[in-house]
Design a protein around this ligand. Structure first.
Ligand SMILES: Cc1ncc(COP(=O)(O)O)c(C=O)c1O
Length: 440
């Protein structure tokens, strides 16, 4: 093994990486990313990689974007941070107006946090307190989905449904109703209807990832399903929380995935791409009705007692404003249509590979399942580390990916161009072919 640089040594000595088996990690030389250009990440030796998963689903317009850089520099020369507890700042205020302008009709108020998981916690607590304030404290449970993922804090894990990540923490969690995943949209809808109809008196809200269960394996629901979900929530008087942390900001072809069905949730959760993938910032956006329910004289103690040190951080908000301005100025969403078509054409090719099972996508979010035997429906064993092997291999082709178990994820920055889409897809195809053929 090649000798390690100081950066690699410090990393191995001092950093505990997220979602990483550190024993396995310590056996390899860490890849050090220290520069970038557009959709490319550049390592410490000058090698360039297509950022095939948008730096864990956050990057939107590419790295080192001139306009976002400029906005952050302009802000930092004034002030980096001041609190949002009882005070405001121009960037947080302007961003809130912009977010309401682009959010589905009916959403009126923005609550800022730092990460996706925190914004989910806000949504859950808001829904919970809303029903207390409405005089229905018995409505205190949540409905969530198997294979759902909303982050790693305990509230978010309580409404999560990925056993691998969540089962260890079971004793720490609150109880939720769990319905099936998007594996079969029809069964999901039937089960949901049954759960809501039988338990509506004790349910505060339903939380789900609209159209794509991302961390759950890029599971995609059938067209039109979300309208039916909205209808059920209305019928049974249950709040709908849509977690668009992964699907927001153009990933599925629309600004927000709920726009595919023209659905307005009661609570919309945004994160990741909100700042274009630059800085931590998330938002929980809600209706006038929910906001008004918390109003009263101070001593009534109706206020929403929740907040974070960096809520509405001016630097993050300045980055987010610049992100939204690029959408407007570059007509990003209009350009996406052709890109998605090219992407889908490329994805079709994967189905011909011997060890590829299902291939799913919504817009520029895709999952490619690797299977040991397609006909006999035999999966690769966890010990095969097949997803990781493919991702290690494709690095040599100049593409950086991160799998979800045996599912290869492609989710490039939406600024990716036609030839880059082809390069990303074809390099991945080649890597899957070579690795799976050698693994038999
Ligand atoms: C749908 C969804 N919600 C919430 C989160 C959590 O976001 P964060 O990692 O910023 O806490 C994620 C992260 O992948 C996500 O995909």
């Amino acid at each position: 093994m090649s000798s390690k640089t100081k950066i690699q040594e410090y990393d191995l000595e001092y950093i505990w990486h997220p979602f990483t088996q550190m024993k396995e990690y310590a056996e390899e030389s860490p890849l050090v990313i220290e520069d970038s250009e557009g959709i490319y990440l550049i390592d410490s030796e000058g090698n360039r990689y297509i950022d095939g998963v948008s730096s864990l689903w956050v990057n939107i317009h590419g790295h080192n974007s001139e306009n976002i850089n400029k906005a952050i520099k302009k802000q930092i020369d004034k002030i980096a941070h001041s609190t949002l507890l009882g005070v405001t700042n121009p960037s947080a205020s302007i961003l809130a107006k912009k977010l309401i302008d682009i959010s589905p009709d009916g959403l009126r108020k923005v609550f800022y946090s730092g990460d996706g998981a925190s914004a989910v916690e806000v949504g859950l607590k808001m829904a919970f307190q809303y029903w207390i304030l409405k005089g229905k404290p018995e409505k205190k449970k949540f409905v969530c989905l198997k294979d759902g993922y909303h982050g790693d804090t305990l509230g978010a894990v309580s409404v999560g449904g990925i056993d691998l990540f969540h089962s260890t923490f079971e004793p720490l969690l609150f109880e939720s109703f769990k319905v099936s995943s998007y594996d079969n949209t029809e069964s999901f809808l039937n089960e949901l209807n049954l759960t809501l109809s039988e338990n509506s008196n004790e349910i505060a809200a339903l939380i789900l990832e609209p159209y794509v269960q991302a961390a759950g394996g890029m599971k995609v629901a059938s067209d039109g399903y979300l309208k039916k979900v909205r209808g059920m929530c209305d019928e049974y008087n249950i709040l709908l929380i849509l977690d668009e942390v992964a699907t927001g900001f153009g990933r599925t072809g629309k600004m927000f995935a709920c726009e595919h069905d023209s659905v307005t949730p009661d609570i919309l959760v945004l994160g990741k791409g909100l700042t274009g993938g630059y800085l931590p910032l998330s938002a929980t956006i809600t209706t006038q009705d929910i906001f008004d329910t918390f109003l009263g004289d101070y001593e009534e103690l109706k206020a929403f007692f929740h907040g974070h040190s960096y809520s509405g951080n001016p630097l993050s908000c300045a980055a987010a404003i610049a992100n939204l301005e690029i959408f407007e100025n570059d007509k990003t969403l209009i350009k996406l249509k052709d890109k998605i078509e090219i992407f889908e054409n490329e994805l079709k090719e994967f189905k011909g590979l011997k060890n590829v099972g299902d291939v799913r996508n919504k817009g520029l979010m895709a999952g490619i399942d690797l299977v040991k035997d397609k006909n006999k429906k035999i999966d690769f064993d966890i010990r095969d580390r097949i997803g990781k092997k493919v991702c290690d291999h494709v690095l040599n082709e100049g593409v950086l990916l991160r799998p979800l178990g045996n599912t290869i994820v492609l989710m490039p920055p939406i600024s990716i161009n036609e030839s880059e889409i082809k390069k990303l897809a074809r390099s991945t195809y080649k890597a899957i072919k070579e690795v799976t053929e050698n693994n038999e």
